[in-house]
Design a protein around this ligand. Structure first.
Ligand SMILES: Nc1nc2c(ncn2[C@@H]2O[C@H](COP(=O)(O)OP(=O)(O)OP(=O)(O)O)[C@@H](O)[C@H]2O)c(=O)[nH]1
Ligand SMILES: [Mg+2]
Length: 665
């Protein structure tokens, strides 16, 4: 494929809720443009975009696919994004490199769930867009109602520029509201409504139209078309179009509108750079190909078999081949030029988010991805796989900015974080496929802590003096609570050499070790002061080991006498949901022992125990029909209520009885 100047390139992300027909629409566009010779189907597993084995199995998109094609002296780089909220990271990546967006709306079920977060990002980036109402061939498809819904949910700047000819199975073609002539009788009333929306929308951006409209004068069609153009470019007007992807209606018109309405690549705000500037917006690992880096070039040029600077890493990167993709099909390019999107195989040091440029270049702004909301604790089925698991998971972190992994040395467990249960499920499936590592999963262990509310003192004595060299250590300690967050304090008040100086560090060590696994529920002990005030020793039999054991035994005993209790982590949570769900959100947080601090029309802020939030991502999604999102961060520790304490103690007792270990030593 040849190279194109930026004004002939259209970089377009296709977005929309799950199942609205994005992939089918892309397929129809490729077919109509002659880029593929057969119209594939998502349901038959042979669409160009959903080629990955998991996508074929699940019959929906998981990854953003690059679908490059040429049409009428233009090059169009479609980025078909997944609609399901678990893969929102893929959508953010696509949005960071396009000048135009196609929002696909289902003519039956409407805008759908889960578009809110993405819509926020589209508006933040101020990207011009086209709305497509698809599936107009289906039973109960209702264009007028969906236009109303789009205007209500996505904004009044969305105006119809087309209307369908025929309804449902009788949907047969497109009526262009910009070139109205001979409106069929049965379409007249809808026509009047849509035409008024169109004029009002363009009047917002063009004073001539506004004046003519106020004075009830006829408005020249060229002025409307001009105003639409200007309105889209300035992002004050969003045209609404009609299609059926599977019946291939409105597709030719859509390609024309992409060329005609959406801005060329030269309009990107980053195109003004001097010299080479490119961003790596996505990385995949393709079977038989290896790592592929998706790059968007804002300015300059990269030739095959050359070197560029990876500015983020401060190192040179070798470039081999340059190609583009149409689904999984690779198409060679003679170079990547300003404005274009391409893929580079087998880069050594480069990962998602990196900037490629000249030696003197500076790093491009990085995309800020939403914080992961789902988590799982994972453990390899075979212990020997521990290292391979860590290797695989950290490779996935480089590929996918919405996936995170964390090893908690305190609980000795690996926790993975993602955008939803399905996201994590797919990650683990990939871990098995690519690295051969199978894992067991569980809810992540909540980092409870143990502490005391009272004071107590007592003796810890370890004595073994039968045959050979014996063991002797004897300690007296007092323990008392410290304020929350103060950790641990050890005070040595031994006088008169009751315990020789050289054994004191072993006493402290013994206590610290005992604090690692609390006596009441196996959690680490915090916020207390231990004073060593007396003891005794034996000339021959005393040793570091004997004093360590004695101190540890003493601590465990005295701890239980000092009114021990459990602490739980409390987090600050902010939940966003449409106003109609705010009541449910609040009620649910109350059930989770949450203390609500703020309620707004579409937002609730609360303090909630972390232990009550397991499965929150899934629950929130289900009772808000996918519309709710949330973020949280650690706030502080608080004493658990009696009921929770009993449960945790019972779980620990059971575990000990079964011979299980809460902490591997
Ligand atoms: N009747 C009818 N069905 C359609 C049309 N477009 C898509 N479909 C069907 O709708 C279903 C979902 O289509 P996809 O193209 O996978 O939708 P998507 O938006 O890419 O879905 P995700 O990638 O999972 O978000 C499939 O069964 C399609 O055959 C259409 O115009 N008319
Ligand atoms: Mg899809």
């Amino acid at each position: 494929m040849k190279t194109y100047p930026p004004d002939k390139i259209r970089n377009v992300a296709v977005i929309g809720s799950g199942g609205t027909g994005k992939t089918s629409l892309c397929e129809a566009l490729l077919f109509k443009a002659g880029a593929i010779s057969r119209l594939g189907k998502v349901d038959d597993g042979n669409s160009t975009s959903d080629y990955d084995s998991e996508e074929i199995k699940r019959k929906n998109s998981i990854h953003t696919s690059l679908l490059a094609f040429e049409y009428d002296e233009h090059k169009i780089n479609l980025l078909d994004t997944p609609g399901y909220i678990d893969f929102v990271g893929e959508v953010y990546a696509a949005l960071s490199v396009v000048e135009g967006v196609i929002v696909v709306v289902d003519a039956v079920s409407g805008v759908g769930v889960g578009l809110d977060t993405i819509w926020g990002e589209v508006n933040r980036l101020d990207i011009p867009k086209i709305v497509v109402i698809n599936k107009l061939d289906k039973n109960q498809a209702d264009y007028a109602a969906k236009v109303e819904e789009v205007r209500k949910k996505l904004g009044k700047d969305c105006v119809p520029v087309q209307m369908p000819i025929g309804k449902e199975a009788g949907f047969s073609g497109i009526y262009n509201l910009l070139k109205p002539d001979g409106v069929p009788e049965e379409m007249k009333s809808d026509y009047e409504t849509f035409r008024e929306m169109l004029i009002e929308g363009t009047a917002e951006v063009d004073e001539r139209i506004l004046n003519d409209f106020m004075e009830n004068k006829p408005i020249p069609e060229e002025e409307i078309i001009e105003a639409i153009h200007k309105g889209i470019e300035e992002n004050h007007v969003t045209p609404i179009l009609c299609t059926s992807a599977t019946k291939e209606i409105g597709i030719k018109e859509l390609i024309d509108e992409i060329d005609y309405f959406l801005p060329g690549a030269q309009h990107n705000k980053l195109a003004k750079n001097n010299g080479l500037a490119a961003t790596v917006f996505k990385t995949t690992i393709e079977p038989h190909v290896g790592e592929l880096s998706f790059i968007r070039l804002f300015s300059g040029e990269i030739k095959p078999s050359s070197s560029v600077m990876n500015i983020s890493k401060g190192k040179e990167e070798r470039i081999g081949q340059i190609s583009t993709l149409r689904g999984k099909a690779k198409i060679d390019l003679p170079a990547i030029t300003a404005g274009d999107i391409a893929v580079l195989p087998k880069l050594k040091i480069t990962h998602t988010g990196d900037t490629l440029g000249d030696k003197t270049g500076s790093e491009l702004p990085k995309t800020v991805y939403p914080e992961p909301v789902a988590s799982l604790s994972v453990k390899p089925k075979s212990k020997a796989d521990q290292e391979k698991m860590a290797l695989g998971l950290s490779a996935f972190m480089n590929e996918d900015p919405t996936f995170k992994m964390h090893y908690d040395p305190e609980t000795k467990e690996t926790v993975i974080y993602g955008m939803g249960d399905i996201h994590l499920e797919i990650i683990l499936h990939r871990l098995k496929e690519r690295y051969g590592v199978e894992v067991e999963t569980g809810a992540p262990r909540i980092p409870y802590k143990e502490t005391i509310k009272g004071r107590a003192k007592g003796q810890g004595k370890y004595k073994k003096q039968t045959g050979g060299r014996g063991q002797y250590g004897d300690t007296w300690i007092e323990i008392e609570p410290l304020p929350r967050g103060k950790g641990f304090e050890f005070v040595d008040k031994v006088v008169g050499g009751a315990i020789p100086r050289n054994y004191i560090p072993s006493v402290e060590k013994g206590i610290r070790e005992a604090m690692g696994v609390g006596v009441i529920a196996g959690y680490p002990v915090v916020d207390l002061k231990v004073t060593l005030f007396d003891g005794s020793y034996h000339e021959v039999d005393s040793s570091d080991m004997a004093f360590k054991i004695a101190a540890s035994m003493g601590f465990k005993k005295v701890f239980t006498e000092a009114v021990p209790t459990l602490l739980e982590p409390i987090v600050d949570i902010t939940v966003y949901a449409p106003p109609e769900f705010i009541g449910d959100v609040t009620g649910d947080l109350n059930k989770r022992r949450g203390r609500i601090t703020t309620i707004e029309s579409d937002k609730v802020v609360a303090k909630v125990p972390l232990g009550e939030l397991t499965k929150y991502a899934t629950d929130l999604r289900s009772f808000t029909h996918g519309r709710g999102t949330y973020t949280f961060r650690f706030s502080h520790y608080e004493e658990v209520p009696a009921g929770t304490k009993d449960k945790l103690v019972a779980a620990y007792t059971k575990l000990k009885e079964e011979g299980g270990l809460l902490h591997e030593k």
